[in-house]
Design a binder for this molecule. Structure first.
Ligand SMILES: NC(=O)c1ccc[n+]([C@@H]2O[C@H](COP(=O)([O-])OP(=O)(O)OC[C@H]3O[C@@H](n4cnc5c(N)ncnc54)[C@H](OP(=O)(O)O)[C@@H]3O)[C@@H](O)[C@H]2O)c1
Length: 366
């Protein structure tokens, strides 16, 4: 089905940044999204992409993108009006006004910024977990008087790595009651230039501003339901889930690791073997729909006692899956495990691209 789709022109806001570069890498070989317009700050606007971008990926800048001229992030800047989708990797301090301006101009925006994640009419969508939240965009359009434009956000990068295994466990065993999670987050999660080398080398920084709260409330929205009339969300509808998060920054370049303990509502809790099987068996709608960026396996279960590791496992399935390992009994709650997500791919750009592919497949993008 994908092979026969006609080309859809796309724009990238924040194209020069950490997430923006992953968008370029993913979209430059995409089967039907075609990079058409690039936006960044006024410092970069008017200049060639290769001239102003501090490219940090191991691949080279795709040739046609290198020569593109960066525009200001304004919907009437050259190129954006023709785009069927606009991906945003903008900093949160500027994303707020820019993203709604693009939406008001009838553009479909997929954002990585935190600004509208709590908005009751904006889907907070992790493509491997809750594509069923997408219909709320019709309510968003009707409230705002829009025909084509809408806004969808993806989750915080560490939330994304957590909710995929939690969704798999809830699918197999019913609601989870309690989650304790401690993250070990990569430096690239703070963008470029990010944390200073003198702060992070030989060190662990035990605080990332606002991150713990994001994990705690975002998880409840993502694992919640859509109201029956698709006008909003019911946060973790079946039962209140208590989540306690501790977030730390560690000297890893890409890949957020988390140590997780969960307690199920059901008693007795599932065994370690049952949990492992449920993680192995997990399949999701992105895979059933067959969208191009869906990983063959949403969760890779590791049996080796020293895996997953960021350096060895973040590239699995092109960074589009979550790795889980060390599944074992928890003497305090029920089960504990380690999970790993590529924070810039599934944690950011890949999620936006997959969300847009799902929207195309379900007829939400003309
Ligand atoms: N890094 C991650 O792992 C990750 C994961 C999930 C979500 N996110 C979110 O994704 C967003 C981008 O993060 P990042 O890490 O890619 O940040 P980044 O590396 O700092 O890049 C920021 C981008 O925003 C542009 N920008 C800055 N000020 C602007 C302005 N006034 N007008 C227009 N564009 C402006 C920059 O353009 P110039 O080059 O011209 O300054 C650059 O392209 C953030 O909201 C972040 O929270 C990041």
């Amino acid at each position: 089905m994908t092979a026969s789709r006609k080309e859809i022109k796309v724009g990238i806001l924040g194209a020069t940044g950490t997430v923006g570069q992953r968008f370029i890498e993913l979209l430059s070989t995409h089967p039907y999204f075609k990079i058409h317009a690039l936006g960044a700050s006024s410092r970069s606007a008017g200049k060639r992409y290769a001239e102003v971008t501090k490219w940090k990926l191991a691949t080279t800048i795709p040739k046609d993108v290198a020569e593109m001229v960066i525009q200001e992030c304004k919907p009437d800047a050259p190129g954006f009006a023709e785009c069927g989708v606009v991906f945003s990797g903008l900093d949160h301090d500027v994303a707020g006004e820019i993203e709604v301006a693009f939406r008001a101009a009838e553009l479909v925006v997929f954002s990585n910024a935190k600004n509208y994640r709590r908005d009751p009419i904006v889907p907070l969508m992790v493509p491997l977990v809750n594509p069923h939240h997408l219909p709320v965009v019709r309510h968003q359009q009707s409230l705002l008087g829009l025909k084509k434009g809408y806004l969808v956000t993806n989750a915080n990068c560490s939330t994304t790595g957590l909710v995929v295994p939690l969704a798999a466990l809830e699918k197999a065993f019913g609601p989870i009651k309690t989650v304790l999670v401690t993250t070990l987050q990569a430096i690239s999660g703070a963008g470029y230039p990010g944390v200073s080398s003198l702060d992070i080398l030989d060190n662990v920084v035990p605080h990332i501003g606002g991150e713990e709260e994001k994990i705690e409330w975002e998880t409840a929205k993502i694992l919640g339901d859509v109201l029956p009339d698709s006008t909003g969300y019911e946060y973790h509808a079946h039962t209140p889930m208590t989540i306690s998060a501790t977030t730390t920054r560690v000297p890893v370049i890409d890949g957020h690791t988390a140590s997780v303990s969960v307690q199920f509502v059901r008693s007795p809790a599932p065994s370690v073997e049952q949990v492992k099987q449920a993680l192995r068996d997990f399949t999701c709608e992105a895979q059933t729909l067959g969208v191009p960026s869906a990983p063959a396996q949403a969760i890779v279960l590791h049996e080796a006692p020293d895996r997953p590791q960021p350096r060895l496992d973040r590239d699995l399935h092109n960074g589009a899956c979550v790795s889980v390992g060390r599944v074992r009994e928890c003497p305090v709650l029920d089960i504990k495990f380690i999970c790993l997500v590529d924070n810039v791919r599934l944690g950011a750009a890949t999620s936006s691209v997959m969300n847009a592919e799902i929207a195309v497949e379900k007829g939400y993008i003309a």
